[in-house]
Design a protein around this ligand. Structure first.
Ligand SMILES: [Zn+2]
Length: 368
């Protein structure tokens, strides 16, 4: 595979990694084996001396050339310790408490709207770097140093980056001014609160009581109703797109909106709400589009979503009947469908029995 990147000076940031060719979203930029892997490094309660000993030991195991490369990496941490420990803490990536340095990827700089993401390394110390959007030849390749995809307004990001990495970010969104900056900050603030609500775990006792009284269906273990989950997931995807973000997470958000909507539809099994069915179709289309942008159209991720949607259209009675009715409403000259169109425009629904009646008139035998 030809090399897609080069490491060179990045003004104000030391070294950086740059694209040497045009890179498409979803392209694998590089694969790299980690060095100085320390299992459980972050799971132990670190006394400084112990961290020092572990890092020194891992350093001694390196080849002379690798030692030389490590020594040249940035040392930005505020934590006290030898130079090697400070370099390690600045550059090591951690996953589930394990810690490892990727010598080449350590040159990647941060952006609050990154164009690439590193894969996890799990039990193996190898990881990948994948473009999350189109990167033009000569453009710098960025990842995010912060865990979250959209992590709060500018002041908050700057505080965090300064505390941990000791630099002031001047990326595209950090350079916004006036109204554009205000809008970006609002989007990120909103995103944060939506995400924290989405992953809020158990319903409170009051929520549970309210649900019982009102009969509002909820996902088990979640404090959200399906309707809220649909709205929150859909909004997080939209906000990320508006903020110029890309990546698998957008497709994932549309997909969780689709799943919550499907659960909501199935919960009301005596009705078919046509606008819900239409929205479900739109959510599947958005999932496929967002995922195809970052993964190949033939990738397992995209194929799985497509085949699931095909399965629902063929085998889920509400989806099948709903889509059939929508089609009839759209086509002209069928009286029953015209009657139904009025219902749909009102946003109201008809019962399953009525659906069956309509379909019977159309001489279609639904498989329910
Ligand atoms: Zn920034």
């Amino acid at each position: 595979m030809p090399k897609l990147y080069e490491v060179k000076d990045s003004p104000g940031k030391g070294k950086g990694m740059f694209a040497t060719v045009n890179i498409k979203a979803g392209d694998l930029i590089m694969r790299e084996d980690g060095r100085m892997k320390i299992v459980g490094f972050w799971r132990r309660d670190h006394r400084e001396k112990q961290a020092e000993a572990e890092v020194q030991q891992a350093f001694l195991a390196l080849s002379p050339a690798e030692k030389q490369e490590i020594i040249q990496l940035r040392d930005d941490t505020t934590i006290n310790g030898s130079k090697i420990v400070r370099i390690y803490l600045t550059n090591a990536k951690s996953e589930k408490g394990d810690s490892v340095i990727y010598l080449k990827m350590a040159r990647l700089n941060h952006s609050c709207v990154p164009n690439a993401e590193m894969g996890g390394f799990g039990g193996v110390a190898e990881t990948t770097l994948v473009a999350t959007r189109k990167i033009n030849k000569g453009e710098e390749i960025f990842i995010t140093y912060r865990g979250e995809h959209l992590d709060g307004p500018r002041a908050e990001r700057h505080q965090g980056l300064m505390r941990v990495h000791r630099f002031v970010c001047e990326c595209r969104v950090c350079s916004l001014t006036g109204r554009e900056l205000v809008m970006s900050d609002i989007r990120r603030k909103l995103f944060q609160s939506l995400v924290s609500r989405r992953f809020e775990a158990m319903p409170t006792a009051a929520d549970a009581q309210r649900a019982e009284r009102g009969g509002i269906p909820r996902e088990s273990g979640s404090s959200l109703t399906y309707r809220e989950k649909v709205a929150y997931s859909f909004l997080t995807a939209r906000i990320m797109e508006a903020e110029g973000m890309s990546g698998v997470i957008i497709g994932d958000s549309y997909f969780s909106a689709a799943m919550a909507l499907l659960a909501q539809i199935q919960n009301m099994d005596t009705f078919i709400v046509l606008p819900s069915i239409e929205f479900l179709r739109e959510l599947f289309e958005l999932t496929i589009k967002a995922t195809s942008e970052i993964r190949d159209a033939d990738s397992p991720e995209v194929r799985n979503v497509k085949s699931y949607w095909t399965f629902l259209q063929e085998h889920n009675p509400q989806v099948k009947i709903g889509l059939g009715l929508i089609k009839r409403v759209a086509s002209e000259g069928i009286p029953a469908s015209k009657a139904y169109a009025k219902n749909m425009m009102d946003g109201s629904f008809v019962s399953r029995a009525e659906c069956l009646e309509i379909l019977k008139k159309e001489r279609v035998s639904p498989s329910v």
